[in-house]
Design a protein around this ligand. Structure first.
Ligand SMILES: Cc1ncc(COP(=O)(O)O)c(C=O)c1O
Length: 411
């Protein structure tokens, strides 16, 4: 039995007719750029995300770039962010000349740690001392809702308010996720979404969206994605060409109707994985990473090599009125590479998100970060591995994956 990490064919088979009808309508109209379907989808998805304003664009990467362009981020400005994310989060900052300030993540959620943000803003964090930033050039925070669980928004919003920082939610992996009843993309100043095909709401190519809280910024973003022109050929700003294709909007509108059911099935699968790993006796505990990490000079890593850590619902738990939508089901283990190899031998899909923490990437070497500047992120990059999760995954497939992983871990 080979089990893919993600099988989009199974999803397509279940909604093929509807999708084809929606695409056909666009083909008949021949209105491929900013057709009616784009406005309709923006409205529907904006309501779904509890957003004030929402604008389609060409990708999640462009969504981040557009948000930073809308606040006039200047070369040399600082943006605080997580080092444990897809490259685009930091790439957007650097692309416009900004300086990414990498601060460590929480070990349980893999999301930006509000304590790290506070200590940086109070000027006592070692990274602050290293970068020695001009205070008025610290402009924004991009936090990431990794794997489908939202970052701890309230403390971060409080710090942002205190220091007048813009908050951008990188919600590329978290459409429909909730924090204390509020949806991803509705809390910060901007929410940036990706509809890359493998995302929970995936287009048939690249596509993205920005949600915006403030009307003035929303109006600005609306024209920045159209080369800064309003009306056409009259440019008050220098923008970019980043639109959501009409065909993609038509596909996404069909899929949006199923998103909640798909997310619920993802949650069910995640909880089933949890139960089965518990029953297999391989679930361990993670102690205080910063104290015990051997690579960082500690005496002993708290993670037992014969155990794994299963995903923890922090902000995404029901008790916290949250909702983790499990874009990924990510475990951690000291035997990560062995697990990966054995899964490959059994033709079971898996992936490491992400093998190199961004503060250790070659392109950011000029900033002088050391691995120990973000030890939790460094360690996560050595131990994390994502295993198959998608709504159509079958129960017997889940059991098979658990069996293979548990055997490696126990052995
Ligand atoms: C956390 C995160 N940010 C940004 C992006 C960029 O999105 P896109 O691939 O649509 O440009 C992605 C998607 O890959 C992502 O996972």
């Amino acid at each position: 039995m080979s089990i893919p990490l993600l099988d989009l064919n199974r999803q397509y088979d279940s909604i093929k007719d509807e999708i084809r009808t929606a695409i056909d309508e666009v083909l008949e109209s021949q209105y491929f750029i900013m057709g009616d379907e784009v406005k309709e989808f923006e409205k529907e998805v904006g309501a779904y995300c509890q957003a004030n304003y929402s604008y389609g664009c060409a990708s999640g990467s462009d969504a981040l770039l557009l948000a930073l362009m809308a606040i006039d981020l200047h070369p040399g400005d600082y943006v605080l962010t997580s080092p444990f994310t897809f490259f685009a989060t930091a790439g957007a900052i650097s692309r416009i000349g900004g300086i990414p300030v990498f601060l460590d993540i929480e070990k349980d959620s893999f999301n930006l740690d509000p304590e790290q943000v506070r200590s940086f803003m109070e000027g006592v964090h070692p990274v602050y001392k290293k970068l020695n930033p001009e205070r008025e050039r610290i402009k924004a925070i991009i936090l990431v809702h990794l794997y489908g669980q939202m970052a701890d928004m309230d403390p971060i919003m409080n710090i942002a308010k205190e220091y007048n920082l813009t908050v951008v939610e990188d919600a590329a992996q978290a459409i429909g996720a909730e924090y204390r009843g509020r949806r991803a993309g509705s809390i910060g100043d901007f929410g940036c979404f990706s509809f890359f095909p493998s995302k929970n709401l995936g287009a048939f190519g690249d596509a993205g969206l920005v949600t915006v809280k403030d009307q003035k910024l929303a109006d600005k973003l609306d024209i920045l994605r159209l080369h800064g022109a309003k009306p056409k050929y009259h440019h008050s700003l220098v923008g970019i060409n980043s639109r959501l294709d009409t065909i993609q909007a038509a596909v996404l509108s069909v899929k949006l109707k199923y998103l909640d059911a798909w997310s619920e099935r993802r949650r069910e699968i995640a909880h089933r994985y949890n139960r089965l790993f518990e029953q297999a006796g391989v679930v361990g505990e993670l102690g205080d990473c910063s104290e015990s990490c051997t690579e960082m000079g500690g005496s002993e890593c708290s993670l037992n090599p014969n155990k794994i850590i299963i995903p923890k619902e922090t902000t995404g738990s029901e008790e916290n009125n949250g909702r983790h939508i499990y874009h990924q089901y990510t475990i951690r283990s000291k035997k990560r590479d062995q697990i990966a190899q054995t899964l490959s031998e059994h033709t079971i899909g898996h992936s490491v998100y992400y093998p190199v923490s961004l503060h250790e990437q070659e392109c950011f070497a000029y900033l002088g970060y050391q691995p120990q500047d973000c030890p939790v992120s460094h360690c996560a990059s050595k131990q994390a591995i994502s295993i198959p999760i998608f709504p159509e995954l079958k129960d017997e497939e889940i059991e098979k994956v658990v069996g293979v992983v548990s055997e490696v871990v126990k052995g």
